[in-house]
Design a protein around this ligand. Structure first.
Ligand SMILES: [Zn+2]
Length: 545
């Protein structure tokens, strides 16, 4: 039992905005009141629900590939936490599992969603997620280039495609469905891409990116999954991609979707020399369409590693930068590319990218629909979120930083004109309450009775970096996990999964396909439940079953 006394509570889901009140915890959950037990005196401190990262890359084959490709990064100083129960971990932009759990918890985050998992390597992903301490987690399954699904869409067999998707979700033990560069990764296997939304994908005559987006969004909604289709649009990172992004949002035909790392999809100009921000255009459409949520995918200057299933984009990035390039082919399902990257403030393209992420966060007017991410580690490392929080809360500081950008970049952004400053309540929404709601995780992102007792307690400070980088306490499921930068207790987080229903005869359809086309046997393909240490199956309303 635990009572947190006298803190200023920011709990936007329950309309509590900076009110001094006690929070009581028993059995890992928030309760009305407790008698006895420990009391934390939080007088003068700020209390928020634990952070929820809706889009990050922290576990699986792609991460291991990135770790292996960047030995030079592993020595980089990472703001490690220390504690008696701490296990070894290696840092840099792709920290190993233990370090990932400590670093997220050390920043006040208690739930993370690994955004891209192929079924074929899902066992590995779950092994790494299981090894990531303290935080709760879930993963999104890569589906928009799965050849079995695309073949069914080509044949007009929507119902069977839906059953296959449901079966694959159950096989992968995933929480959501992700679409990455729909059709483009399949085409990449022949060296192509899919840059036009209405043109057939290489190897198909009817399947276009529009068809894939529309079908998957319908499938996810009709299966009643708690989280909508998680969508990485075509033409990521390319000047002029604003047109593709708008077309994609229209192709959803009113179905729900979560637009991943929107910053990378909001550019104008016809080539790299003309690239400019189109954040205002995207925000205007987005604001008028409540079926959409998004995460920022903000960029900060410095070293990163780009990791994505978007194989053709990664090849282009390699050609543009001459940096190392890694490519993985994942049989009939997807691909993956890795390119280490450095964002420079003196580079016009990077400067525009930096501004676009912030502009979207400021121009999308409903904080319940856009969430703080850097698409870790693509735009920046997750432990740098406090730097973005400070930029959002302080317009003068933002303008000061914008003045240092190259003059050309300044003429292609709108950031200096934006006066909005985020309140603490809005910070709690974009880091916790909003993503929890978009994920359908009803016991996360708030501090009402019955919620999971995942809580971050901060020393109030006008400097957002100082305030949010080192919480005074982080509580996970009612236990003090971090106290003043020290790990106090290490627990195994839960893993959220969904198990939508499907026609069981779909297995008779899939089995022979596996024998013909896969290197793995059908019976070895699904992830066994025992690999997940603490699985929690969620139903379509987001409540535990
Ligand atoms: Zn991503």
């Amino acid at each position: 039992m635990l009572r947190i006394r006298g803190g200023k509570v920011y709990d936007p889901a329950n309309n509590i905005d900076g009110v001094v009140r006690d929070i009581c915890i028993d059995g890992g959950r928030i309760v009305e009141t407790v008698e006895g037990g420990r009391t934390i005196d939080a007088t003068g401190m700020v209390i928020m629900p634990g952070g929820v990262d809706i889009h990050t890359h922290v576990a699986g084959a792609a991460l291991n590939f990135a770790r292996a490709m960047t030995p030079e990064n592993q020595r980089q100083a990472t703001p490690f936490l220390r504690g008696p129960e701490q296990r070894a971990g290696i840092g840099g932009p792709t920290p190993t599992t233990f370090a990932t759990g400590y670093l997220y918890a050390g920043m006040g985050y208690t739930t993370v969603i690994e955004a891209a998992v192929p079924v074929l390597s899902a066992k590995h992903t779950h092994e790494e997620l299981r090894d990531t301490p303290i935080v709760d987690k879930g993963c999104c399954l890569l589906m928009a280039n799965n050849e079995v699904v695309l073949d069914l869409l080509e044949a007009g067999e929507f119902e069977r495609a839906k059953d296959v998707v449901a079966w694959l979700i159950c096989a992968a033990k995933s929480y959501g469905v992700k679409a990455v560069n729909p059709g483009g990764v399949t085409a990449w296997k022949w060296g192509g891409n899919a840059s036009q939304m209405s043109e057939p994908v290489l190897g198909y005559s009817k399947v276009t990116p529009n068809v894939i987006v529309s079908a998957l969004a319908q499938i996810v909604d009709s299966l009643g999954l708690p989280h909508p289709l998680h969508l990485h649009c075509n033409n990521l990172g390319v000047p002029g991609n604003v047109t593709t992004t708008l077309e994609t949002m229209k192709a959803l035909e009113g179905n729900r979707a979560h637009m991943a790392h929107l910053q990378f999809h909001a550019y104008g100009g016809s080539d790299w020399h003309e690239m400019r921000s189109e954040a205002a255009t995207i925000a205007e459409y987005f604001n008028a369409h409540p079926n959409l949520t998004a995460d920022a995918g903000a960029v900060l200057f410095g070293n990163s590693v780009t990791i994505t299933a978007d194989g053709p984009w990664q090849h282009l990035l390699y050609q543009l930068t001459g940096r190392k390039w890694g490519n993985l082919d994942v049989e009939n399902e997807t691909g993956c590319g890795i390119v280490p990257y450095t964002y420079k403030g003196s580079n016009v393209v990077n400067a525009v990218q930096w501004a676009v992420g912030l502009e979207l966060l400021l121009l999308i007017d409903d904080p319940w629909r856009i969430f703080l991410t850097t698409d870790h580690p693509n735009g920046a490392c997750f432990w740098r979120y406090p730097e973005i929080i400070h930029l959002l809360m302080n317009a003068d500081f933002r303008r000061e930083r914008a003045k240092a950008l190259p003059a050309k970049a300044q003429s292609r952004i709108v950031l200096p004109d934006l006066n909005r400053e985020y309140t603490l309540s809005e910070i709690a929404i974009i880091t916790s309450a909003g993503p929890a709601r978009a994920l359908g995780l009803s016991q996360k992102g708030h501090l009402g009775v019955g919620a999971d007792a995942d809580i971050a307690i901060y020393n109030e400070n006008p400097d957002g970096v100082l305030m949010f980088r080192y919480p005074r306490y982080v509580i996970k499921e009612g236990e003090i996990a971090v106290e003043e930068g020290q790990i106090r207790s290490v627990s195994a987080g839960r893993e959220f999964i969904v198990q939508p229903g499907y026609d069981p005869t779909v297995e008779d359809f899939l089995r022979p396909l596996f024998q013909q086309h896969y290197t793995m046997s059908f019976d070895n393909y699904p992830v066994e439940m025992h690999r997940l240490e603490r699985a929690e199956v969620r139903d379509c309303q987001g409540a535990a079953t």
